[in-house]
Design a protein around this ligand. Structure first.
Ligand code: ARG
Length: 589
C-alpha cells in the first residue's frame, strides 16, 4: 500500500501533468498552517522558475484540474502560489478501510529478507542484574521484535560476560572458602558432582567480595589471575567449576529475563569464542593488520578524518591474555561464519561508544565482516532517580532489578486489587501485566540515547503518557467490542464506510493513517520511542472519540458497525505496537 502522503501527491502529480507541468512538482506535505488547511503543495512555487511564469498562474492551472477530485474537499490557491488542501472524508475513510484489509495494515514489507543479530542483555555471570541492565534488555528486545515484525530474520544473542578475570575472582574466592572441593584437586580424574556447591545468592555475595578484595590484596589478585589462566587453559576441575557457576547463574538470569518478557535465541557468551581466538589472532598477524606495540598486539584504527583520538584496538595484552574486545572481534567472526548477517546491532550503555567504534573499525579493517554488513551500536543513557543521579535504593545501594520489578508489581497489585471485582489470582495476573507495561513503556518512551528519570509513581499512573494508560485504553476498546458481540453483533459484518460522524472520529482516522510511516520509521532508525509516541497519540485520539461519541448506543446500525470496525482496527494496530514493544494488555483491569 502506498503511503497516505504519496497517494495525495499522486493526485497532485496527475493534475500538474494534465495542466502541462512536470508531475514531480506535485508533492504534498502536512500543512505548516493547520489553522488554514490540512495539507499543502508548494510545487507551483518551484515551477515558477522552470516555466518562467507567476506561481499563482501555475497553482490556478493545477487547482482547476483538481476541481472534481474525489480526494480533496478543499483546494485553495493562496498568493503567491501555494495550494492549500483539505482531504475529503471519502478519501480519508477509504484509505483507512484499505489499511484494515492490508497485511500488517499497509506496511511495505521487504522483497528480500535481511538477517539481523541483536546483541543485547549482556549480563555478567555471577553478578545480579541491576537497574542498569534494564535498558539493554528492554530496548534490545523491542528492536528485535520491530525487525521481526517488519518481515526480516533476526536472532537475539545475550552475549554473557562469562569469561576472564571476573570468573577467576569467583573461583579464587571459592578456593579460599572451600579448599576441599574436588574441583581443586588436580589429580582427580573422576566425574564431577552434578550439584553446584553454592547457590546463586552465594555467588552474588562472593563476586563483589572477591572483586573488592583483589583491589586491596595483591596476593589474592595473583591467585585470581592464576585461576583465570587455569580456567582458560582448560584445566578440568576449573572448567567444571566454571560450568557450575554458569549453570547456577544462567538459570537465575533466565527467570529474571522471563519476568521481563525478554527472550534470547542464543545464550552465547564471551567464553563461546575462546577456542577461535588463537586462529583469529594468527589471521590478523598474517594479514599484516596487527603489530606489537609495547609488548601488546594491537591494530591501528585511527582515521584521517578523526576529530578525537581513537586509540589502537588491543588484541592481546603483553602477557598474551585476551581482552573484552578480543572476544567481541572473535564473536563477530563467528557470527559472520554462522549467520552471515546483514547487520549486527549492539545495545549497551553509551559509555561504550568509543569502545564499539574501535571494535567496528577493527572488524572492518581486518575484513572480519563483509563490506555490506552493517555494525551498529545503540548507546543508551542512564536510568536516574528523581534526584537526577543514577537510580539507587533508598539506602544508596545499587538497585537490583529483581527487587525493582517486585516493588512495582506489589504497588500495581495494590492499585488493581482495590475496588475491583477480581479474584486474587486474576488481580495478580493482571497487575503483573500492567507493571511490566509500566516499566517497559517508561523506558522505551524515551529516546534511547537520553538519560531518563525512573519515576515509579509516574510510570504506574493510569493517566498520562504511561504504559498503564495505554493498557487501560486497549482494555476499554476490548470491552466495547466484547459488549457488541454479547449483544449479538458480528465483527465480520462491520466494515469501515465513508461516513465520518464528527471531528473526533476524523481525528482518530487521521491518527490511524500514520501507522505505516511510523512503524517503518521506527524500524529504519531502530527507535522504539517512535512507536510509543504513536501509541500515545492514538490512545488520546481514541479516548476523545469515546467520550464524545455514543458507540454501542448509536441508533444508525450502519454507523455503529462503522465505529466498531474502526475500533477493531485501532485495537489491532495498538496490539501490534505493543507486540513490538514487548508487552501486552489483559482483558480487563
Ligand atoms: N557484559 C558487558 C558489560 O557488562 C556487556 C556486553 C555487551 N555486548 C558486547 N558484545 N560487548 O559491560
Amino acid at each position: 500500500m502506498e503511503k497516505y502522503l504519496i497517494e495525495l501527491g499522486n493526485e497532485l502529480a496527475a493534475a500538474f501533468k494534465e495542466a502541462g507541468y512536470d508531475e514531480n512538482l506535485g508533492k504534498v506535505t502536512v500543512s505548516n498552517r493547520p489553522d488554514l488547511c490540512e495539507y499543502q503543495c508548494n510545487g507551483a512555487m518551484a515551477g515558477a522558475k522552470l516555466y518562467k511564469k507567476a506561481p499563482i498562474m501555475i497553482a490556478n492551472d493545477v487547482a482547476a484540474r483538481l476541481a472534481d477530485s474525489k480526494a480533496f474537499s478543499k483546494v485553495e490557491v493562496v498568493p503567491p502560489g501555494f495550494i492549500n488542501l483539505n482531504v475529503s472524508d471519502t478519501f480519508l475513510a477509504g484509505y483507512v478501510q484499505r489499511m484494515s484489509k492490508s497485511e500488517k495494515y499497509g506496511l511495505t514489507l521487504p522483497e528480500v529478507k535481511k538477517s539481523y543479530i541483536i546483541d543485547y542483555g549482556g549480563p555478567n555471570v555471577a553478578k545480579p542484574l541491576h537497574v542498569g541492565h534494564l535498558r539493554s534488555a528492554v530496548i534490545g528486545e523491542s528492536v528485535k521484535r520491530i525487525i521481526k515484525y517488519m518481515g526480516h530474520d533476526v536472532i537475539g544473542d545475550i552475549h554473557l560476560g562469562d569469561w576472564g578475570l571476573q570468573m577467576g575472582l569467583v573461583i579464587a574466592e571459592l578456593k579460599v572458602r572451600q579448599p576441599e572441593l574436588i574441583y581443586f584437586d588436580d589429580s582427580y580424574e573422576g566425574e564431577y558432582p552434578s550439584e553446584a556447591p553454592f547457590t546463586v545468592a552465594d555467588l552474588e555475595e562472593i563476586y563483589p567480595f572477591a572483586s573488592a578484595k583483589s583491589k586491596q590484596d595483591p596476593e589474592f589478585k595473583d591467585e585470581a589471575m592464576a585461576a583465570t589462566f587455569k580456567l582458560q587453559s582448560g584445566v578440568r576441575g576449573y572448567r567444571a567449576l566454571w560450568q557450575q557457576i554458569c549453570n547456577v547463574s544462567v538459570s537465575d538470569l533466565k527467570k529474571n529475563y522471563d519476568n521481563l518478557n525478554v527472550n534470547f535465541e542464543l545464550w552465547n557468551g564471551e567464553s563461546t569464542v575462546h577456542d577461535v581466538i588463537p586462529g583469529m589472532v594468527e589471521y590478523m598477524k598474517e594479514g599484516g593488520y596487527a603489530y606489537i606495540s609495547d609488548g601488546a598486539l594491537v591494530v591501528d584504527v585511527k582515521e584521517e578524518t578523526d576529530v578525537k583520538e581513537v586509540p589502537p584496538c588491543m588484541i592481546l595484552k603483553s602477557d598474551g591474555a585476551s581482552l573484552y574486545n578480543t572476544t567481541d572481534l572473535a564473536t563477530i567472526q563467528e557470527r559472520m561464519k554462522e549467520y552471515n548477517p546483514d547487520m549486527i546491532v549492539y545495545l549497551t550503555d553509551k559509555r561504550q561508544e568509543l569502545y564499539f567504534e574501535q571494535v567496528f573499525r577493527c572488524a572492518r579493517k581486518t575484513k572480519l565482516v563483509n563490506d555490506n554488513t552493517k555494525l551498529v551500536h545503540i548507546g543508551f543513557g542512564t536510568v536516574n532517580g528523581k534526584d537526577g543521579k543514577p537510580f539507587k535504593t533508598r539506602d544508596g545501594g545499587v538497585m537490583r532489578l529483581e527487587y525493582l520489578i517486585r516493588d512495582i508489581n506489589d504497588q500495581m497489585y495494590e492499585k488493581i486489587s482495590t475496588g475491583r471485582d477480581m479474584s486474587e489470582e486474576e488481580a495478580k495476573e493482571v497487575s503483573k501485566k500492567v507493571a511490566l507495561a509500566a516499566i517497559k513503556y517508561g523506558d522505551l518512551s524515551n529516546q534511547a540515547a537520553k538519560d531518563y528519570i525512573f519515576d515509579v509513581d509516574r510510570f504506574t499512573s493510569f493517566e498520562g503518557d504511561t504504559g498503564p494508560y495505554i493498557l487501560y485504553t486497549v482494555v476499554r476498546i476490548k470491552s466495547i467490542l466484547n459488549k457488541f458481540i454479547e449483544n449479538g453483533g458480528k465483527l465480520e459484518d462491520c466494515i469501515i464506510t465513508d461516513a465520518i460522524a464528527n471531528s473526533y472520529h476524523k481525528n482518530l482516522l487521521m491518527n490511524l493513517i500514520s501507522y505505516n510511516v511510523t512503524m517503518e520509521n521506527a524500524f529504519e532508525e531502530l527507535a522504539p520511542h517512535k512507536i510509543c509516541a504513536f501509541l500515545y497519540d492514538l490512545a488520546n485520539a481514541f479516548n476523545s472519540f469515546y467520550h464524545e461519541t455514543k458507540i454501542l448506543a448509536e441508533e444508525d446500525e450502519e454507523m455503529k458497525k462503522n465505529y466498531i470496525a474502526v475500533l477493531k482496527l485501532t485495537l489491532g494496530i495498538a496490539e501490534d505496537c505493543m507486540e513490538c514493544l514487548g508487552f501486552d494488555a489483559p482483558d480487563k483491569m
